[in-house]
Ligand binder design. Sequence first.
Ligand SMILES: Cc1ncc(COP(=O)(O)O)c(C=O)c1O
Length: 392
Amino acid sequence: MTHADPFVSSLRPTAVELPESGIVRVMNYGRDREGLIPLWAGEGDMPTPDFISDAAHRSMRAGETFYTHQRGIPELRDAIARYLGRLYERTTDPERIFVTGSGMQAIQIAIQAVAGPGDEVVIPTPAWPNFAAAAEISGARPVCVPFDFGPDGWQLDLDRLLAACGPRTRALFINSPANPTGWTISKDEIDRILAFVRERGIWLIADEVYSRFYYHGDLAPSFQHAVTPDDRALLVNTFSKNWSMTGWRMGWLQAPPEIGQVIENLIQYNTSGVAVFMQRAGITAIEEGEPFVAEQIERARRGRQIACEALAPLNRARFAWPDGSFYLLVGIEGYDDTNRLAERLVDEANIGLAPGTAFGPGGETFLRICYARSAESMSEAMERLTGWIEAN
Ligand SMILES: Cc1ncc(COP(=O)(O)O)c(C=O)c1O
């Protein structure tokens, strides 16, 4: 694609200038390699369990194939509210729940609702690139504040983050546990950020899709415990990660009921809602899926251990044991061009890692490993990676 092409040059510049996802680029490079172990995408190796898929089949066969509620069917909104209530020991009003076509769409709608041309959205980076891209599509400017990487791992300098919020800032975007660093916010940081956004009248967009994947307890510290009905807070979540439903494209947004009509309109004009049979499967996932979620968490915990223990003896590997999510970033001394490095690892080690350049300022010299895989597959992948590092 070139900007000189008459088709391309007649498009909206904001659309043309969106960057290609650096994760997808390397996936396309290595997609068909025989025997490649893919640790590049943000998903594990377990398919959706049958009991969830069966619920979708039953609903489809029962004829639930028509247009439906834009905010989500009431039964699913109730189930999500009960799930959050159980998890965070707090009553959640189903009127705050909006079912969306993925966590990505929850992010997109949250940003569309609050930020447009001339506005800024402040985002700590390295981060999943879709946060900044969603701001850009909306016409807003992402303002990236890099994490620091040091002996204590990834740290967020809150003074620097809050100082980056200026008069044009409409939203502060916090993803914890974080993709790709594994950084996880503390209770004190939550309180400080909330106090700041309250004082400034800024929206908080909190993406907590990895909240169950936390390695120092059962549940990561969460804004769910701290936000009040008066807060300008939009909370993003998804079915993708806990229940291995990445291909389904279903998530939810928690928003103040006062803006319910606006969110409903945005859903209507973006996708017009999520298929009822998928929502039925969502209810089953939530109501019957806890043993499966526990299995997924255990798999990630084990994968994390295998990955970190394999890297620890290597002097040339820079990484920190991640506190949460199912990723870790590793830098390899002497290999700062991680786009090229990711391609070489495909060609020479038959493993797929995501280049850090994909994740914005601060991540360029690292590779992202997704470790939500079976112990056998992770051990084999790490043998290939460490073998390659030792030989090069
Ligand atoms: C931090 C974060 N938020 C949201 C999502 C969106 O997930 P999905 O669109 O599959 O629901 C992802 C996916 O990788 C993610 O890493």
